[in-house]
Design a protein around this ligand. Structure first.
Ligand SMILES: [Zn+2]
Length: 134
């Protein structure tokens, strides 16, 4: 299963004001979460679309892992952020031992992380997002 913006937009349960925007957390935190939710980030999967000539999707690779640098890779699998992610997963009680790219379990976890339900989940997810922001 390929994950892309259309798939994400079809997966969000509603298009109302999202809970995380009303938690009173720092704007920089909510901005990074919103950017990744709407594919307005600087991961190569999006930036590569605007290269001239356009960089083919299969060549939009993470410089560390040599895998397609998309939202799923960045949030769930990139080795560059493994220590930050392990803290996040530990605090959220996520077991990632049998998590594999492009799996339903990975997609469900990604959607859960992109839709934090309380201030603690939002802050924990931001730990992963903020070092990547520019
Ligand atoms: Zn990577």
């Amino acid at each position: 299963m390929k994950i892309n913006f259309t798939f994400f937009s079809n997966s969000y349960s509603n298009f109302n004001l999202q809970n995380y925007l009303s938690f009173g957390i720092k704007k920089s935190t909510t901005r990074e979460l919103t950017k990744i939710r709407i594919s307005a980030h600087d991961l190569l999967i999006e930036r590569g679309r605007y290269f001239r000539p356009k960089l083919p999707r299969a060549q939009r690779l993470c410089s560390t892992c040599n895998e397609v640098e998309d939202e799923e890779h960045f949030v769930l699998f990139c080795t560059k952020y493994s220590s930050l992610r392990s803290v996040l997963f530990q605090k959220l009680g996520v077991d990632d031992h049998d998590l594999s790219p492009q799996s339903n379990k990975a997609f469900e976890l990604l959607i859960k992380l992109l839709n934090p339900t309380d201030i603690e989940e939002t802050r924990l997810f931001a730990i992963l997002l903020l070092p990547h922001s520019c």
